[in-house]
Each structure stands twice: as structure tokens, then as C-alpha cells.
Write a protein that binds this ligand. Sequence first.
Ligand code: FRU
Length: 487
Amino acid sequence: MTKERQLLEMINRIKSNDGPYTHSDPYRPAYHLSPPFGLMNDPNGLLYFKGRFHVFFQWNPFGTDHRTKVWGHFSSTDLLHWEGHPPALVPGEWYDRNGCYSGSAIEHDGKMYLFYTGNVKKLNGERESYQCLAISEDGIHFEKKGPILHVPKGYTSHFRDPKVWRHNDHWYMVLGAQSDAFQGRAVLFSSTDFCHWQMLGPIAGSHWNHSGDLGYMWECPDFFHLQGKDILLFCPQGLEPKGMNYNNLYQSGYLAGRWIPGTNHYEHGEFRELDRGFDFYAPQTFVDPKMRRILIAWMGMGDENERYHPTVEKGWIHALTLPRELKVIGDHLYQTPIDEIQNLRRGEPIRLHIDMNRDHSEYSATISPHSEIIVHVHSLTSGPLEITIRNNIQFSYDTDHGIFTLRRKKFNGNQYESRQCMIGKLSKLQIFLDSSSVEVFINDGQEVFTARFFADPEDHSFLIASDSQATVDLQIYSLLASYPVFR
Ligand code: FRU
């Protein structure tokens, strides 16, 4: 049986009942996208097409490791309720035999065009990469057109993840690459017909154009204009930890600058991380009908933690982040959850005004594992403010040093690990809690921490405590579950 046939049978099996998205799995996200089975990684091909939002994703449906990648597919009319579709791209051709790797989507003349990387492993262990095209009339069924671009001279076969967009009369494609000297690069191409691509050259890179060391390989680039800035998102590999920065195995961040269209001339500032938590990688953006620039990322990391996710036993691993709206303030990207998420709020919130120096220094509650918690901090004179969720995740803010810390229980054992960043003054936290994930938006998106965590399923505790003088307003909404449906 071909892989494609095998896969369709697996999907048909999950249509006949509630499928895998049920409350009986305590770690199954209730309102974040996760795979019905197998391993999910990068979001791909984000696009609004003929009235629906499309989210494709890297998917190994055959296991929870990083072998055979197909393009899984969800679509939605409101970015909240998702329908699962058969995979859009499955490896099988000579040019994508070992994986249909990451890429992007555009709409042109009423058709959907997918650009992806065909990954081929040769018998001698070497890799080949082809940038490929597939086209669809309905956004569900795709016809592969084969390779449209080969690896150019000067680069290794780590050349992948095409992101395509239109500017004036041209189509542009940015690719993640590694130079022959093993330096990460983002390389730009242009075309007028999708089939012939002219190389404009690298727009940014490690040890290139006055940049310092930015790693040996760049994955998943995205390049767009937003509020007067040209922003390059990319995922550099090979950065050494530096204080509070670069503490994950791989990074995900951006440059802000000015690009001269039609050229590879791009002046930019310093690299900044997009998210300060443990589990955030391969973000991709698109523009929606309201002209918002929306980002979705893989809420995961291909690190050793994968071995310890308790969901592996249940046959699935990983999820995607909430869709987030991007804004530029100065040279800095701010991320906020899209407003639509408010439609998941169920009933009235718990509302509390806590005057820590007058009442107690501690307040506790029982909360739903799917909650949104909003904390307005009115005054915090000195000392720490701490929020502990389900005895596993803890946020703390050190007023004296302006440091924000996220701690979580390690996936193996009872010890804790942490990530930190400086934020200056703390005024607001918006925390999205799902069955096994947390995203905290600080000061309306100035910084975000994203992390998976696996708490005791019975523990629904929430605790806020402070040794200092603090006045906070708290709202806790319980959120509706919104599991994807396969029809
Ligand atoms: C990033 C990445 C991409 C590649 C894909 C394969 O997580 O390594 O560079 O296209 O995953 O699944």
C-alpha cells in the first residue's frame, strides 16, 4: 500500500468517532492546533483563500519522530474552529521522496500555489533539496508541478523553506540557507511567472554585511513590510547562549530594517529573539482580510525534550501557537493574541482586586486548565510578584532588577528550568493557558514567553503571591474547547 493510501485510511478511521481530540487525554490542547496523531512541526502555507483560512503544517503521521514529512492541513472561517483535511502534499516523487519540507502559499488568479522544499536523501547519506511548486483550484486537492529552483553555487544542500510574496510586478522568494563556508543566510530570488527565478543574492547572513556570528544555518525565513519597517524573521541554528539570550537549542527571531525592492540591499539592526520561552520555532506570517499581519509558530523545539513528552505514549506530539497579530513599535515587534480569541471566553470571569499590602500577600483559586488570565499591575514598589499555575509553571517578576522569569517543571524529573528577560516596568500580563501549554503576553506584547508543560492532571491550582506592596486587578476567564473536526 502506498504511504498516501495508508494515510487516508488512518484519517478515515478517526472520522468515525470523536477521534483523538477528546477530554480523555489530559494534555490534548483544547484550543490550539495539534496533530490527530504523529508529530507536528512547522506551520506552512498560511493563507486566506476563497473565504477560508488555511494552515498547513509539517506532519509525520507515521510516528512521533522527525521522519517522513507530509503537509497536514486545517482550514477555518474564523481562526477558532478548524476542520481537518487530507494531507495536501505527500512525498513520493524523485524530487521530494524523503519529505515535503516547509514552505508557503499564495493566491493568484483564483488558484492556490504552494512552494515547498523537496527533501531527498541519497544512499550515501547526502542530501538534495529542490524548491517545488504545487497548484490547487479548490485549496484542498493539489497537483505537483515539480522543482522550480535548484541549489545555486556557493551554498550547501541545506537550502530550504521558500516564503513567497508579491511586491509590485514581481514575485519574491526568500530561502533559508547555509553558505559553502557553513554560515547561515537568507537568500532572495525574484520571478514574474513562478517558474523562472532569478537570484538577487543574500539579504542577510551570519558574518555577512557587518553582522556578527549568527549561526551555521538559517531556517524558515519570512520577509515583510510592516509599519515602515522591513522585517526578516528567521531561525538561526548554532548560536551560543549569552546571558538571558539564546538559551534554547535553536533560536527564532528577527531583524528590522530597510530593503530596496528589486535588489538584495537590506540595511538592518540587531537580531532579537521573538519569544522568550522554551517552545517556539519556525514562525510564519500572512496578511488577513482585515490587513493584519498574523503569525503562527510551532509551539515546540526539536530538542532532547521530545523524548520526554508524555503524549508520545498516546501517539502524538507538539502543537502550534495561537495566531498572534504583529505590530512594530520602534525597532521592536510586538505580538498580541488575535481579538477573535475573546469569543472563546465562557461566561463571566472571576474578577479580583488585590491589595497585597493590605489584604494578604497571597491569593489562590481553582481554575480551568483552559483559561485566560489577565493581570493589571497598578503598583508594585519593590520585591517579587509570583504567579504559580498548577504547581508546575511559575512566572515571577523581580521589581528591583526588572527581570521576568518563567519556570517550569522539567519533563523528566522534578527539577525546574527557567528562561528570563528584562522588561523594565511590568504593567500587564495576559496568560493563555491550555491543557499543556502556556503563552504569556507581557505589557501588550512587548515580550512573550511560550512553553509546553505537563502538570498533574488533577491539579488546577492558581496562586498569586507577593512579598512587596502590590495592587493588582485580576480577571480569569474559562475558555471553551474548540477541537478540530475531520469530516
Ligand atoms: C524547521 C525545519 C525546516 C524544514 C522542516 C522539516 O523546523 O527543519 O527547515 O523544512 O523543519 O520538517
